[in-house]
Design a binder for this molecule. Structure first.
Ligand code: GDP
Ligand code: MN
Length: 304
């Protein structure tokens, strides 16, 4: 028996282009998952990027709820990978169980979104994303799509659409559908406020803060006057409209793998007074990669 084989990868042969299907580019879809929603899985299956080029990675907390979500996820994976049509099957799937405790915050929306709970929660989210990223990013990965477990509706062409802009980091606008009792019709409203362009006010607030303090978006107590992607959409506006951003949310975020390879991650600490996905945008910018957002290209968040 000879020595173990050496595998060589030339990273310069891993292309990252605006036509990733034609160039057979590998994509890693990463999802931190506290709860399993069937609608998320069904939407994922509908993505028409060739599934043989897609690796899925999940990380779930080791709580009662996390255990339940894991078993529901595994059941769907079994069904798709072993019994479903060939074209639905993904290249590979990795499930990680978190080795640190989730923030002691209930997963209910009102609790989750309380300002007092944010720092601990975002810190745990950042660590979950980093663990997931650093264990799954491979030598042939061209793209990383961050897709939250509660994104239940996207275009089937989500990956191609986001990649077509050829940006290092690009985020869709995350909305939520709801029943409007006044019009008695379904309507939609902005959901994710983590994608924004900075303001003088926010920068001044940051200047006055202690080294561990973080700025958060979407709280009246912390009026930042940033320009939010959530409010940049216009009725009938072009889906191809692209705007530069300073902060991004992680709900549906496409990143060129080289941005992560350069070292851009999700700071679980105050980085320029930003944390998690917003800190990631800042870190990427410091590395020379500009984030962008699509005001009129929407994805939809679950409504609890
Ligand atoms: P929100 O939409 O801003 O309220 O944020 P979420 O609570 O939906 O969290 C974002 C994503 O992370 C979702 O996919 C959640 O399922 C997932 N998530 C939330 N908390 C945890 C956690 O403690 N551990 C892991 N692994 N995932 C989590
Ligand atoms: Mn969510």
């Amino acid at each position: 028996q000879g020595p173990p084989p050496v595998t060589r990868y030339n990273l310069n042969k891993v292309t990252v282009t605006s036509d990733p299907v034609r160039n057979q580019e590998h994509i890693l879809i990463l999802t931190p998952m506290a709860r399993f929603y069937q609608e998320y899985w069904d939407n994922l299956l509908r993505l028409n990027y060739p599934h043989e080029l897609i690796t899925l990675g999940f990380i779930l907390p080791k709580t009662k709820e996390g255990n339940q979500a894991t078993s529901m996820l595994q059941k769907q994976i079994q069904k798709t990978q072993n019994h479903g049509p060939e074209k639905d099957r993904f290249k590979s799937i990795i499930i990680l169980r978190q080795d640190f405790d989730p923030a002691v915050v209930s997963q209910d929306e009102s609790e989750r979104h309380k300002l007092a709970n944010q720092k601990a929660r975002r810190e745990v989210m950042a660590k979950a994303r980093n663990s997931l990223l650093f264990t799954t990013l491979g030598p042939s990965t061209s793209w990383v799509l961050w897709l939250d477990a509660d994104i239940v509706e996207t275009a089937p062409t989500l990956i191609q659409d986001l990649a077509s802009h050829d940006k290092p980091i690009i985020v869709a606008n995350c909305f939520q559908k709801y029943y409007d009792p006044e019009s008695k019709k379904m309507a939609e409203r902005p959901y994710d406020f983590n994608s924004w362009q900075d303001s003088e006010t926010a920068l001044k607030m940051a200047e006055q803060m202690g080294p561990d303090d973080i700025l958060l978006e979407g709280y009246a107590e912390l009026a930042t006057y940033r320009t939010l992607l959530a409010y940049m959409s216009t009725p009938g506006g072009s889906k191809d409209l692209v705007v530069p951003l300073d902060g991004v949310g992680g709900t549906a975020l496409l990143v060129k793998a080289d941005v992560h390879r350069d070292g851009a991650m999700f700071p679980p600490f105050a980085f320029y007074h930003l944390i998690e996905s917003e800190g990631f945008a800042k870190m990427a910018k410091r590395l020379g990669w500009q984030p962008y957002g699509l005001p009129n290209y929407k994805v939809y968040h679950y409504n609890e």
